[in-house]
Design a protein around this ligand. Sequence first.
Ligand code: UN1
Length: 491
Amino acid sequence: MSVKTLEMNMLNYIDGVWTASQTGEVINSMNPANQSEIVGTIQRSSMEDLNAAIEAAKKALSKWKKVSPVKRGEFLHKAADLFEEKADEIAELATKEMGKAVKETKGEVLRGAAILRYYAQEGMRQMGEVLPSVNPDNMLYTKRVPVGVVGVIAPWNFPIAIPIWKIAPALIYGNTIIFKPAAETGLTGAKIAEVFEQAGLPAGVLNLVNGKGSVIGQGLVDHKDVNAITFTGSNEVGKQVASGAVVRGAKYQLEMGGKNPVIVLEDAALDHAVELTVMGAMKQTGQRCTATSRAYVHRLIYDEFKEKVLKKVQSLKIGNGLKEGTDMGPLASKAQMDTVLKYIEKGKEEGAVLLTGGNIPAGKAFTSGFYVEPTVFENVTRDMVIAREEIFGPVLCLIKVDSFEEAIEQANDTIYGLSASLFTSDLSKALTFVNEIDAGLIQINGETGGAEPQAPFGGMKASSSNSREQGQAAKEFFTSIKTVTMTPVCK
Ligand code: UN1
């Protein structure tokens, strides 16, 4: 197979300068829709590169934290304008790097712009509070200050929106950043850094390095001058980030896996529930920590729901994400495809019934990429691996239940607690669900995925480090509080 390299070679961005890595080595970014295409190259950063980036961020901090938050907001607005202008170009690049449909990557760029605008305005809002003191003459107040140098470790599944939802609050609250995108989407990561450069961000405020999580990510976690680490990725890596950060007393924030359930009751608007369950499971080829993974469906409507789900799933158009009309692109990498196929085999082995999908789709166009059919299982029991582990692929499990109570009990029987949906028209059941379900993100008649910039995002149990991102919640992570007491004394 002849391999075609597109002309894109992105460098590291350190202290306002685009530089080649001291290793002299690059990493190829492959197109998962077409293995014969190298999208471009990124740098394999060395520890020296990383140290230089951290040094630059440390040096830039003393000035950046003194810039008025209102002024910092102007940089964010400018970056938002640029992301909107370049939405098509960046979306196309991200789709080439990780495969999802271009309507989704474009949605991400626009979401990124919305996040930037939200945090730009944040620069005009409260950064502390005045409190009453035991001494009525005292001035007792809090002042929020930056945590300092922040390491941003971002995943490949949302290569634009997730970096921005970490970078935007970090910037507005006065921190400086070392950004390490996932190696699979390093070119998109570099484009993000380029946009901030074009927005006029001072040198050293945002730095970019590339490489393996186990080397560069771990290096960031372990470095004495990195005050906080924000991470989105797997639970396995999240644990390493947390233990490294704890050892040296750094602040950390983890967003990790999910095994998100929907419950469909007999009084649900069925077509709506079908549509959102299928999209929740298959959008982005299931590569979302918020993806719908288990559907608990009331016995009375189970057969009808199943039939409609299968019809919808079988109508999904699989293909190159760049093509108009594609619903589901390839998985992001060979490793991801192998993992998903392994889970499908495991499901069959353990006795779940495969209703549709389960294979690499037939045809040359598909074998040259990392495609897997949208897959639905039934007769899935709670002890099966496919009911317990996060698959991160287009696999949905249908589970018949006798009651709402049984559905909640089974839905909660997981180590995860990110998102959960209930489809019903019964208000009291909706209220019970909100009280009883163990999830940080709850939807009534909505899809398990999705997030709005102004609302806290994150999970319970093993899905997060009990922290939340976005909205006002981001302030907790990206600032530290000084409590100030001013006592008047008469001379
Ligand atoms: C969404 O569902 O739109 O990695 C956001 C993830 C999550 C973000 C999901 N941290 O899939």
